[in-house]
Design a protein around this ligand. Structure first.
Ligand code: ISL
Length: 552
């Protein structure tokens, strides 16, 4: 396995709209992030991943781009971006931009032209279809409710949109489209951007034919009709050869339908496509057959299996990403930990997992202080298009809306998008104006300022765990083995190489437990714990995490 700086990196994900508002309009911006660069650097992170900041009508908060070469004025425009990029580099960090290349906004010039006439130069930049019977061309559902085809009056044809109707899918079959997209990437790389996170990269190659689906389960539909199309790897190799490799850009691909079989193909070093992928095995672990609103209890065995399987599949030739939260899912401490009595311990336990697994670690803003889910009293308080569309669909279907609101509390993407909690002043110190999305009321107790002053805070634990990982590269490159797999409450694993041998013990429960002693006859020392009082053995208090160094 080749050793590379980005494999050893910790990447910090920022949702710019919610990070820090320096201009006082209720929306986070680049100047606001510049003000926080010392804070970010102090965590020990190497690279920042910024969610999309290009011009956008914000139907899906920037994942609907209307101009790829201009930074939205609400974030500061291109000049402030240059200032920001320079400042990031001066601090010794790197920048990863988010690129959405599967679809554009319907307000993008290409689409505005495309919809004008069937003979327009840009017509084939998108997928247009007629329909014989007044029905959409296929019965495909979109990710965000409703059919994935939208009728357009001007030319009396339908266009494809796998996400909202304001996010038409680009036709990568068309070489002109690929050329334009390569040019966009080159534009940002020439400015000095260090890498990209490619949104829904698994969806860029559509099947040869559009046909009705017989399937009901949305995941099955994704796998059969939307994801990992016939030319996806060809497109990525072309992109790598023509653009990425010339600049040494670091890449991570995101996408539904990436599984254990096809996932390794994206990151196999010999294939020269992408560096890393995000898989969602653990992120949909609490979703039943009916999708994310069909909530099932968290099961530690399923969770361990996801990590075990991926580690095995990427071990030899690829590289993984390790993350437990992002802007599309509820807060990690609320999902996988205990955000009540054991919030501190469980947030630190999850951090222990993050920084002891093999793969590049991604930390989502706010997780470093243990930010939790929010339970807004009304649907009016929510912003996310996925949440709103699902709500409308549920209402249309006559569901019990009080019950549905509870599900929204558990699963809404807005759980992760509430403003960053900096201090106890108005709006958590995020903005002087009314924030675009309400602040989580628990900011009075969960915020950066308080945790800065507390050596035992979650924040300082993140700092110490990042430093610990960097000191012991065994956690980055070493072997991984899950022990006592059948244990329903304890996640125990070994990380070792020629230099060191570590045992990580994580108690995912509210009870004190003793790990069956597989340590008999071994000499070991406790090198890390998420609690302040410890016994140097395999006894674990509720949500306790211990790292033992095995000596013989
Ligand atoms: O958000 C999800 C579940 O609630 C995912 O299914 C998500 O839609 C999927 O992983 C793709 O996400 C990415 O592309 C979307 C955008 O809304 C997400 O924010 C982005 O991360 C469309 O561009």
């Amino acid at each position: 396995m080749t050793k590379t700086w980005w494999k050893e990196s910790v990447i910090y994900q920022i949702y710019p709209k919610s990070y820090n508002d320096a201009t006082g309009n209720g929306v986070g911006d680049l100047l606001g992030i510049i003000q926080k660069l010392d804070y970010i650097k102090s965590l020990g992170v190497d690279m920042i991943w910024l969610c999309p900041i290009y011009e956008s009508p914000d139907k899906d908060n920037g994942y609907d781009i209307s101009d790829y070469k201009n930074i939205s004025e609400k974030y500061g425009g291109n000049d402030v971006f240059e200032e920001f990029l320079t400042a990031v580099h001066e601090k010794g960090m790197k920048l990863m931009m988010d690129l959405v290349l599967n679809h554009t906004s319907d307000q993008h010039y290409w689409f505005k032209e495309s919809r004008k006439s069937k003979t327009n130069k840009y017509r084939d930049y998108y997928f247009w279809k007629t329909s014989a019977n007044g029905e959409p061309p296929t019965n495909w559902p979109s990710f965000f409710s409703g059919n994935a085809w939208q009728y357009d009056e001007t030319t009396k044809e339908y266009y494809l949109h796998l996400f909202t109707k304001e996010q038409p899918d680009l036709n990568w079959e068309n070489p002109e489209v690929r050329k334009e997209l390569h040019d966009i990437m080159e534009y940002w790389l020439k400015k000095g951007v260090d890498g990209f996170r490619f949104d829904v990269v698994s969806l860029i190659s559509k099947g040869e034919n559009f046909s009705n689906t017989e399937l009901d389960d949305f995941n099955d539909i994704i796998n059969k009709h939307y994801a990992n199309g016939p030319k996806v790897h060809q497109y990525l190799r072309e992109l790598n050869a023509n653009v990425l490799s010339k600049y040494g850009a670091v890449t991570v691909g995101e996408g539904p339908g990436i599984d254990l079989e096809n996932g390794p193909l994206y990151v196999d070093e010999d294939r020269e496509e992408l560096n890393m992928i995000f898989h969602f095995g653990h992120m949909f672990i609490d979703a039943g057959a009916g999708g994310k609103y069909d909530i099932v209890p968290f099961d530690l065995l399923d969770f361990k299996k996801v990590f075990n399987d991926w580690d095995t599949h990427l071990r030899d030739k690829g590289w993984g990403s390790i993350f437990l939260g992002n802007h599309d899912f509820s807060r990690m401490v609320s999902r996988f930990g205990n955000d009540g009595e054991f919030r501190m311990a469980s947030a630190k336990l999850l951090a222990t997992l993050l920084f002891t697994m093999r793969g590049t670690v991604f930390v989502y803003q706010g997780d470093e202080i243990g930010m939790t889910n929010v339970a807004f009293p009304s649907i009016e308080d929510y912003n996310d298009v996925e949440t709103i569309n699902s709500w409308n669909e549920a209402e249309h279907n006559g569901e019990d809306m009080d019950e549905f609101l509870k599900k929204v509390h558990t699963t809404s993407r807005d759980n992760a998008r509430t403003p960053m909690q900096w201090n106890t002043t108005k709006n958590a110190g995020f903005s002087a104006a009314t924030p675009w999305l309400k602040v989580n009321p628990n900011y009075t107790t969960i915020n950066v300022a308080e945790q800065e002053n507390d050596p035992d805070s979650i924040l300082n634990y993140y700092r110490s765990m990042i430093a610990f990982r960097k000191k012991h590269l065994t956690f980055v490159y070493g072997n991984y083995e899950c022990l006592d797999f059948e244990n329903e409450h304890i996640y125990a694993f070994r990380r070792w190489d020629d230099n060191a041998d570590f045992l990580v013990l994580l108690n995912f429960s509210d009870k004190e437990l003793r790990w069956k002693n597989h340590l008999a006859g071994r000499d070991y020392e406790l090198v890390k714990s998420n609690l302040t009082t410890n016994t140097p053995d395999a006894t674990l208090k509720p949500w306790q995490a211990k790292i033992l160094k095995l000596k013989s």
